[in-house]
Design a protein around this ligand. Sequence first.
Ligand SMILES: [Zn+2]
Length: 227
Amino acid sequence: MLHRKLVTTALALFLCVEWGPLSTERGQWGIASGDPFVKEVVLTFDDGPREHGIQEIMSVLGDRNVPATFFLVGKFAERYSPITLSLAAAGHEIANHSYTHPKLYQLWVEKIMREAERCDEVMENLGLRKTRFLRPPGGSFNLKVFNAMRRKGLKLGLWSLNSADYTGRPAEEIVRLVTHSVKPGTVVLMHSGVPNTVTALPEIIQNLLMQGFRFVRLEDMWNGGRT
Ligand SMILES: [Zn+2]
């Protein structure tokens, strides 16, 4: 009997640590979009920095003075550290997309925390400030991911419009989808290293500027108190 009680208590304790209480986090989980009445939009680029495409993305953004948010994979940020530094120097926001890009929700909490931490360490070693946001690879998360993020002081940085550029869809389709679907407060998901995204980007920016949108970084949207 005692044995069974011990096992039950141990299991309950384990689950508490792994899955964590989340009630105190309500409303503070992170951000996926902004104020629906403010004509602001965030362009986010995942999975960089890669050798291919990133310079082109930077130059398109730079030419039009558009700030963006880059969710970098730690090991790539380390390998291509000059690119990471030039992204930050250009005024873009650098955020956490884990260190090796695993499916975080499949890992134990300790491992999830390590993935987040190692990516943060890369940025810290490069002299960049700690980001507020983590975007789990694939955008997939569960209570374990929440718990790990809370312990690392990170918020979820999600999106409200998926350009699905990773599916190989033509540039014109990416332009059409983003241009027609963006609303005030939209956070757009795109990827580094996708040639069609590079092709689509100038027209997307042009169209949204013509519609009167202002481009901000995720951090700016958050600071505006719009979750
Ligand atoms: Zn990713």
